[in-house]
Design a protein around this ligand. Structure first.
Ligand code: HEM
Length: 392
């Protein structure tokens, strides 16, 4: 008989992610495959995470998102199959590689503008000068919204994400104000599109141009909200980790600069070693046994995609980036909720790394700068990445 999982003596919020991610992941994994942290159960191995991510009838994402009490459904993450399947059928074609490639030229132009400004200064904070503005502009561009709204969108998003971070309990009045402003902003634009459907943006297309049935206004609002929360900080994080790795590993920097065809493999294994999303929540709908441990019904389970991605039983030399590995990582998740924006994210990262290495020569972390991630947090993101850069 499986034993009910008991406290593994680990407190995830106290793991040393800020200082040393490799040590933090090792400490978590050593606590066990299924381990209790506070009120939650953490799945740490690749096998356990895979099992839970692919069993949505037992590990419910919808139940996990009830806690946020969002006034609109967070589509599609807060919906379980079978309803979830309808949304993915509508959405997947819009976020596929072909549709994304149609935007490449415009996104490349915007990335090069941001990078040219950095080269002109000779130094930058990658996080605030490039990794934050770029994905925000991408969202505005895809949805046909004015780029001049970029900075207020960043402010709204930051305030709301702070509330969704682990440990926060009640939204502050400031968070509620920012959430209301973001809803009002998105609602107004959705309603404008309803009255004028001549645009070629994604919002208009989602209203009108789908084989699987168009989305309602409230569903579109939920999707836009979800995009802002899931598709901005994740890319910010990955851009930061990518340039931090290359800035400190001059050999790899030279290889990438001399051969852009290595960039996709670098992106994939970077996402494995330093994935932006450390944990994804589910709630159990019944008692379930994982790795000989009984997890009772109604337990909040955190699937650790980050820990799975460093699991030595799945990956050789799990803490190192290997451009030849072809590792199939967990950074975009598994199962029905696998990242909707993975093709977009890959495109954004490839554009940034190509434009960066076309315009920037040698670069290194500025003296005194020792980039750290904020922890605890929902996304692992560098606080700042000060670089000294030379023109190419
Ligand atoms: C490097 C960047 C990104 C990473 C690492 C990432 C990671 C993830 C992960 C791990 C999940 C699964 C969560 C779960 O199992 O609960 C997910 C889901 C999702 N992501 Fe991403 N993401 C990234 C970029 C984006 C972008 C650019 C978008 C914009 C559209 C996006 C939209 C979504 C959505 C809508 C879902 C929910 C899918 C569903 O429930 O069916 N993501 N992402």
């Amino acid at each position: 008989m499986a034993e009910v999982v008991t406290n593994g003596g680990v407190s995830v919020n106290e793991l040393p992610f800020a200082q040393d991610r490799t040590r933090a992941w090792r400490e978590l994994r050593e606590a066990g495959e299924v381990v209790v942290s506070g009120q939650e159960v953490i799945l740490t191995s690749a096998a356990a995470v895979e099992l839970a991510a692919k069993a949505p009838e037992t590990f419910s994402s919808a139940r996990a998102f009830d806690r946020l009490g969002s006034p609109v459904p967070m589509i599609p993450i807060a919906i379980d199959p079978p309803d979830h399947t309808r949304f993915r059928r509508i959405l997947d074609p819009f976020f596929g590689p072909k549709r994304m490639a149609e935007r490449e030229a415009e996104l490349r132009r915007q990335a090069s503008e941001l990078i040219d400004a950095i080269v002109a200064k000779g130094e930058c904070d990658v996080v605030s000068d490039l990794a934050t503005p770029f994905p925000t502009q991408v969202f505005l561009t895809l949805f046909g919204l004015p780029l001049t709204d970029r900075d207020r969108l960043v402010r709204w998003k930051d305030a709301i994400l702070e509330f969704t971070d682990p440990g926060s309990v009640e939204p502050t009045p400031e968070v509620l104000t920012h959430a209301a402003e973001l809803f009002a902003y998105l609602t107004e634009h959705i309603s404008n599109r309803r009255s004028d459907t001549s645009g070629s943006d994604m919002l208009t297309a989602l209203m009108t141009d789908t084989d699987a049935g168009a989305m309602t206004d409230i569903e579109l609002l939920g999707l836009c909200f979800m995009f802002v929360l899931a598709g901005l900080d994740t890319v910010t994080s990955a851009v930061g980790f990518a340039l931090a790795k290359l800035a400190t590993d001059t050999q790899l920097q030279t290889r990438v600069r001399e051969d852009f065809s290595l960039i996709p493999a670098f992106i994939e294994d970077l996402l494995r070693v330093d994935g932006p999303v450390p944990f994804a929540p589910r709630v159990t709908t019944r008692d379930v046994v994982v790795a000989d441990q009984l997890i009772p019904k109604d337990t909040t389970v955190m699937m650790s995609y980050g820990s799975a991605d460093r699991d030595p039983r799945r990956f050789q030399n799990p803490d190192d980036i290997d451009l030849d590995s072809r590792n199939v990582h967990f950074a975009f998740g598994r199962g029905p909720h696998r990242c909707l924006g993975s093709h977009l994210a890959r495109l954004e990262l490839r554009i940034i790394l190509e434009e960066w290495h076309s315009r920037v020569g040698d670069y290194a972390v500025a003296p005194g700068g020792s980039p750290q991630v904020k922890w605890p947090a929902g996304t692992l993101t560098l606080n700042a990445l000060p670089l000294k850069v030379k023109p190419a």
